[in-house]
Write a protein that binds this ligand. Structure first.
Ligand code: HXC
Ligand code: NAP
Length: 284
């Protein structure tokens, strides 16, 4: 789909890059020539993923332990990567935490744990790298991984919804404010893409079919569909895209939004009766 070495010489930091969609993006960016740095809390997971990702990209994969909730840790990581690898020029804010629950069941701590990772973590990484880029006159790029319900809101994942909405607001705000420094910022809003992390915490047992059935394309997303979109948005050739949130969900959220979309369930005979009723009304 892309020319070889589309992301050559780019140093990309992917938070939460040891698992799921973060790891899939790491893999794709490596195929396209990037140098990839993955960072998250679980050192053993990061170490294993670095080993796996290195198989076809020797000396271009680096991994570090990081809790994005701690600003000083993020700053220290940027300095460490600068010495070990070079200055990061692309940030992918992918780390997240989430679980489904009726909101009234949540303790303040349960709310905090999600907002701290998703909203504060994305702010910490963006602010720390943004300051470094501005000081060193580097035209950095940021890609934030949001969700479709950042726009619509969603019950049962309220801490995640408010945090991702904040991430989208940050995307649109800084796309304008930091454009003068050559820094651009976009987001991807994915619908359902099966990963262990998301499915274990968000998919009620037995309800996967119900969820898939309401997606117009009648299937979940493939990881390569998302990773190719991410690569596209991070290529030099698309640098004029700034402040956009690109939805990739098989049409799922629009299915819920369109007033008459529920009529998909109407059988053909009901459409015959409906047509007659409408035509009769027109001739009155
Ligand atoms: C109510 C709950 C709860 C639940 C935890 N808590 N689970 N409350 N219902 N099901 C409460 C705990 O009781 C505690 O509050 C508080 O949350 C925090 O607990 P911790 O022990 O600190 O954390 P823990 O529960 O161990 O882990 C939470 C987490 C973990 C850190 C967020 O799930 C995690 O590591 N997640 C990272 C991976 C992830 O979530 N991936 C999914 C991303 S998918 P109290 O007050 O009792 O101490 C995504 C979008 C998907 O974001 C969209 C799909 C379409
Ligand atoms: P995942 O595999 O669980 O990824 C979440 C990652 O975040 C993990 O690698 C985790 O690693 C890391 N993380 C959590 N807390 C962290 C912290 N405090 N500091 C650093 N890293 C932390 O789930 P995923 O499905 O791939 O999700 C990836 C992104 O896509 C998330 O932003 C998610 O909201 C978004 N998304 C996913 C879907 C989907 O259907 N899968 C849909 C919409 C949006 P550690 O545990 O090692 O820290």
């Amino acid at each position: 789909m892309f020319k070889e070495n589309l992301l050559r010489e780019k140093i990309v930091l992917i938070t939460g890059g040891g698992t799921g969609l973060g790891k899939a993006m790491a893999q794709r960016f490596l195929e396209l020539g990037a140098i990839v740095v993955i960072a998250s809390r679980k050192e053993d997971v990061i170490k294993k993923s670095v080993e796996e990702l290195s198989a076809n990209a020797k000396d271009r994969v680096f991994g570090y332990p990081l809790d994005v909730r701690n600003y000083l840790d993020v700053q220290a990581l940027i300095e460490k990567v600068k010495i070990d690898v070079g200055m990061i020029n692309i940030l992918v804010n992918n780390a997240a935490g989430n679980f489904i629950s009726p909101t009234e069941r949540l303790s303040p701590k349960a709310f905090d744990v999600i907002t701290d990772i998703v909203l504060k973590g994305s702010i910490n990484c963006t602010l720390a790298l943004g300051k470094a880029w501005i000081e060193n006159k580097i035209s950095g790029r940021v890609l934030n991984i949001a969700t479709t319900y950042a726009n619509s809101g969603s019950g049962y994942v309220v801490p995640s919804a408010v945090s991702k909405a904040g991430v989208v607001a940050m995307t649109k705000s800084l796309a304008v404010e930091w454009a003068k420094y050559g820094i651009t910022m976009n987001a991807i809003a994915p619908g359902p893409f099966p990963t262990k992390g998301a499915w274990e915490r968000l998919m009620p047992p037995g309800l996967e079919k119900v969820m898939i059935n309401r997606i117009p394309l009648k299937r979940v997303g493939k990881h390569e569909e998302l990773t190719n979109l991410a690569a596209y948005l991070l290529a030099d050739e698309t640098n004029y895209i700034n402040g956009e949130v690109i939805t990739i969900d098989g049409g799922e959220w629009l299915q819920g939004a369109g007033e008459f979309n529920f009529l998909e369930q109407l059988p053909s005979e009901a459409w015959d009766a409906m047509e007659q009723q409408v035509r009769k009304a027109n001739t009155k």
